[in-house]
Ligand binder design. Structure first.
Ligand code: GTP
Ligand code: MG
Length: 682
C-alpha cells in the first residue's frame, strides 16, 4: 500500500462542474472564483451577476442555459472550470466539455426528486471514464443527515460514493465539517477560509465510525489496507491520502465532499482535493486514446459568437502549445489562422501570446472550426477524437420573422446559433417556414430568445405543420376535355382516366392502355404530368398518395392539341373525379420509444393513450437499471408537445425517440378539423 498515486499531478487542469438542475453548480463556480481571488465578491444566481451566467437568457430563467468557462489560479495551479447547465434540455452542452476535461465535480444535494437526473449524469461520466468527485451541496439546509443522503444518492452511481467529510453540527445547524482523512475539524466562516480546529470530544465516536467506513471502501482496492483494518492497525495517514488519490484517478470510487456553495463553505477543501488528487493532462490523453505525441493537439469544447469580438472557439490544449497567429488544421482538413488567444473568465477575456499543454483558452476568428473539432498546429491534420452525436430532437417550433426583410438574416443567424449549439436542427420548409428542433420547451424558447438578444430579430413562433396526405377509398372513371377556341390557334386535349386506390405506402402509379393512337404517344407523358401536378394538392389541399391512374381513352386534334392542352385535360379529369373517389385524410403515425425511470412508467403509459397513442408494451431498458422503455404508436400530430407532459411526469428526465411508421386514415371530427384548418371544407 501507499504511493499508488505517485504524488500530486502538476500542470493546468480542466474541471467540468456538472450535476442535476439547480443543485448549485453556478453558485459553486462563483464561490470558487471568489475564494481564489479571480473575482472580488461572490455574486448570487438570483442577482443575475454570476460570472458564467451573465447573459439575458440565464438571467431571465434563473438557470444555466449554456456551458460557461472560467480560468483561475489556486496556489500555483492553473485551473479552468466549466460550469455546465443541469437541465436535460441543455445536456448536450456538457458532452464536448466532458471529452476534454480531467475531472468532473458532480454537484448534488439531498433531494430525492433529482436522483434520476443524477443517474443520467453519472452514466455519462462512467461512459467517458471521467474521474469524479461529488460535492454534496446545500448542507446548510439539508433535512437529513449526510449518511442518509449518501444512501439515497448511491443507486445513481455504479461506483461507490465514499464520504470524505462529515458535518459538524451545533444546535442542529451545520457549523463546519470534519475531514476523515486529515482527522480534523473545519469551522465554517461565511465567505472566508474555515478555521481549523481539533475534533470536538463528543464528535470523536462519530468520526471514528465514519472514518472506518471510508477506509473499508478504500480497502477494496488495497490489500495492505485491508490487512491493517482486519488486524486493527492504524494505517499511516499518507497511505490513506494516496489511496484516495489513486481511487479517484482510477474512477473506482467517488470521494464525497460536503459544503454550501452559496455560503462559500467547503470550497477550500474541494480545491485542495483537486490540487492533490486530480489527474493531469497525460492521463486525460490516455483516456482519449491519444498517447504521447510531439504534435500540438487541441480539442474544441464550445463555440461562441460574441457581439463585438467575432467568433471564439474554446479549446483545450491536449498536447504541445499554441501561439496567437498560429495556422491550424482540423482533423478533416479545414484550416484557419488563430487571431486572438484569450484566457476566459466568463465573458471577460485576457489576451495571451501563448497557451501551453493543459490550458483551456479561447481562439479567435476560426471561421471554419466547429465544436468537437480536433485541431493541430501546422498542415498535418490530427487524429479525430470521438465526437459525441447529439440525441434525436424531441420537439420543434416553426419561426417566421416579424418583418419579411429579416428572412435572410434569420437563416444566417440560426446557422450561427446552431454552430454554438449543435443540438438544435434547422429545416427550411417549402411553406416558407423555418422549423427548429431541439430538446425541450425551454431549449427552443432560449434559442428563439437568442435571435432577439444576439441578432435583433423578432420572430413569431407557432407549431410546425403536420405532413398530412390525402388518399382515395374508391375508384372511378372520368373524362376530362380541355377545349378552347380563341381566334387563331385553339387548344384541345381529351382524356379518359381510370382511377383506383392503391395499398398504403404505394405512392403513385401511372399507366396507359391507349390503342390505335387515340392519344398520340408524345402526349402521354403530358397526361401523366397533368395528373402529377394535380396530386400535389388534392381536395383538402394535401398531396394525394396511394393512387393509380390509367389513361384508358381520349382523342386529339391534329392542329390544336399540345402538351399543355393534355396536361390541362388530365388535371380537369382529376379534379372532377376526386369527390367521387371517397377521399380521406392520412396522418403520419410514429413508432415511439419513451425512456423513463421505472417508478414513472405507470404515468407514462397513462399519458400516451390520452394522446391517441397505442401502447405496444414496456420493458426494462437494457443496460439501464431502474429505467423502462415504453413502446407505442403515436400520431405525429400528438407528439408535438408530448415532451412537456413527459418531463413533468418524470422529474424532468424522460426522453423519447420517434421514427415514422405508417400513414393512417384520419376520421370523424379530427378529419374535419384538419380539413377546415387547411382552408378547404371536407
Ligand atoms: N441553501 C442553499 N441554497 C443554495 C446553495 N447553493 C445554491 N443554492 C441555491 O440553489 C439554487 C440554484 O443554484 P444554481 O447555482 O443556479 O444551481 P445550478 O446547479 O447552477 O443550476 P442550473 O445550472 O440551472 O442547473 C439557487 O437558488 C441558489 O441560491 C447552498 O449551498 N445552500
Ligand atoms: Mg448553473
Amino acid at each position: 500500500m501507499g504511493n499508488r498515486a505517485g504524488g500530486r499531478r502538476t500542470g493546468p487542469k480542466c474541471i467540468a462542474i456538472v450535476g442535476p438542475f439547480a443543485s448549485g453548480k453556478t453558485s459553486l463556480l462563483e464561490a470558487i472564483l471568489a475564494r481564489t481571488g479571480a473575482i472580488a465578491r461572490q455574486a448570487t444566481v438570483a442577482s443575475g451577476a454570476t460570472v458564467g451566467d451573465d447573459n439575458p437568457e440565464a438571467r431571465a430563467h434563473l438557470m444555466s442555459v449554456e456551458a460557461s468557462l472560467a480560468t483561475t489560479g489556486f496556489m500555483d495551479d492553473d485551473l479552468t472550470f466549466i460550469d455546465c447547465p443541469g437541465s436535460i434540455e441543455f445536456a448536450y452542452e456538457a458532452e464536448p466539455v466532458l471529452a476534454a476535461c480531467d475531472l468532473a465535480i458532480v454537484v448534488a444535494e439531498a433531494d430525492e426528486k433529482k436522483i434520476p437526473a443524477l443517474q443520467l449524469i453519472m452514466r455519462t461520466l462512467e461512459e467517458h471514464g471521467i474521474p469524479r468527485v461529488l460535492f454534496l451541496n446545500k448542507v446548510d439546509k439539508a433535512a437529513i443527515g449526510v449518511r442518509a443522503t449518501l444512501k439515497l444518492l448511491q443507486p445513481a452511481s455504479a461506483v461507490p460514493l465514499v464520504l470524505r467529510q462529515i458535518p459538524l453540527r451545533k444546535d442542529g445547524i451545520v457549523i463546519g465539517s470534519i475531514d476523515l482523512a486529515l482527522e480534523r475539524a473545519h469551522i465554517y466562516r461565511e465567505h472566508a477560509e474555515s478555521e481549523i480546529a481539533p475534533i470536538p470530544d463528543d464528535e470523536k465516536a462519530r468520526e471514528v465510525e465514519a472514518r472506518f467506513s471510508m477506509l473499508e471502501t478504500l480497502a477494496d482496492h488495497d490489500d495492505a489496507l485491508m490487512e491493517q483494518l482486519l488486524e486493527e492497525i492504524e494505517p499511516p495517514r499518507d497511505a490513506v491520502f494516496d489511496d484516495l488519490a489513486a481511487d479517484l484517478r482510477a474512477g473506482s470510487v467517488i470521494p464525497v465532499l460536503i459544503g454550501s456553495a452559496e455560503h462559500g463553505n467547503g470550497v477550500l477543501r474541494l480545491l485542495k482535493t483537486i490540487r492533490h488528487d486530480a489527474p493531469d493532462i497525460a492521463q486525460t490523453r490516455e483516456r482519449l486514446g491519444l498517447g504521447e505525441t510531439d504534435e500540438t493537439i487541441l480539442q474544441v469544447v464550445k463555440t461562441v459568437h460574441t457581439p463585438h469580438g467575432g467568433k471564439l472557439s474554446y479549446a483545450r490544449v491536449l498536447a504541445g502549445s499554441i501561439a496567437d497567429g498560429a495556422e491550424i488544421v482540423t482533423h478533416d482538413g479545414r484550416t484557419g489562422r488563430v487571431s486572438g488567444l484569450y484566457r476566459m473568465l466568463g465573458r471577460n477575456q485576457t489576451k495571451l501570446q501563448n497557451a501551453g499543454e493543459g490550458e483551456t483558452v479561447a481562439l479567435g476568428k476560426l471561421e471554419e472550426v466547429r465544436t468537437c473539432d480536433t485541431l493541430a498546429v501546422g498542415k498535418t491534420p490530427p487524429p479525430a477524437l470521438a465526437t459525441p452525436e447529439p440525441p434525436q430532437p424531441v420537439n420543434a417550433v416553426a419561426l417566421r420573422p416579424h418583418e419579411r426583410k429579416d428572412e435572410v438574416k434569420l437563416s444566417a443567424s440560426l446557422q450561427k446559433l446552431a454552430e454554438e449549439d449543435p443540438s438544435i436542427a434547422i429545416e427550411h420548409q417549402d411553406s416558407g417556414e423555418t422549423v427548429i428542433s431541439g430538446h425541450g420547451e425551454m431549449h427552443l424558447r432560449v434559442t428563439t430568445e437568442r435571435l432577439g438578444s444576439k441578432f435583433q430579430i423578432e420572430v413569431d413562433s407557432s407549431r410546425p405543420g403536420v405532413p398530412y396526405r390525402e388518399t382515395i377509398r374508391k375508384g372511378t372513371t372520368q373524362r376530362g376535355r380541355h377545349k378552347k377556341q380563341s381566334g387563331g390557334h385553339g387548344q384541345f386535349g381529351d382524356v379518359v382516366l381510370e382511377i383506383r386506390p392503391l395499398p398504403r405506402g404505394s405512392g403513385f402509379e401511372f399507366t396507359d392502355t391507349i390503342t390505335g393512337g387515340v392519344v398520340p404517344k408524345q402526349y402521354i407523358p403530358s397526361v401523366e404530368a397533368g395528373v402529377r401536378d394535380y396530386l400535389k394538392a388534392g381536395l383538402f389541399g394535401f398531396p394525394v398518395v396511394d393512387i393509380a391512374v390509367n389513361l384508358a381513352d381520349g382523342s386529339f386534334h391534329s392542329v390544336d392539341s399540345s402538351d399543355m392542352a393534355f396536361q390541362m385535360a388530365a388535371k380537369l379529369a382529376m379534379r372532377e373525379a376526386m369527390p367521387a373517389c371517397s377521399p380521406a385524410i392520412l396522418e403520419p403515425v410514429m413508432k415511439i420509444e419513451v425512456f423513463t425511470p421505472s417508478d414513472a412508467t405507470a404515468k407514462v403509459t397513462a399519458i400516451l393513450p390520452q394522446r391517441r397513442g397505442q401502447i405496444l408494451g414496456f420493458d426494462a431498458r437494457p443496460g439501464w437499471p431502474g429505467w423502462d422503455v415504453v413502446e407505442a404508436m403515436m400520431p405525429q400530430a400528438e407528439i408535438g408537445d408530448l415532451i412537456v407532459e413527459l418531463r413533468s411526469a418524470t422529474a424532468g428526465v424522460a426522453t423519447f425517440r420517434a421514427s415514422f411508421d405508417h400513414m393512417a386514415e384520419l376520421t370523424g371530427r379530427l378529419a374535419d378539423e384538419v380539413a377546415n384548418a387547411h382552408g378547404k371544407a371536407a
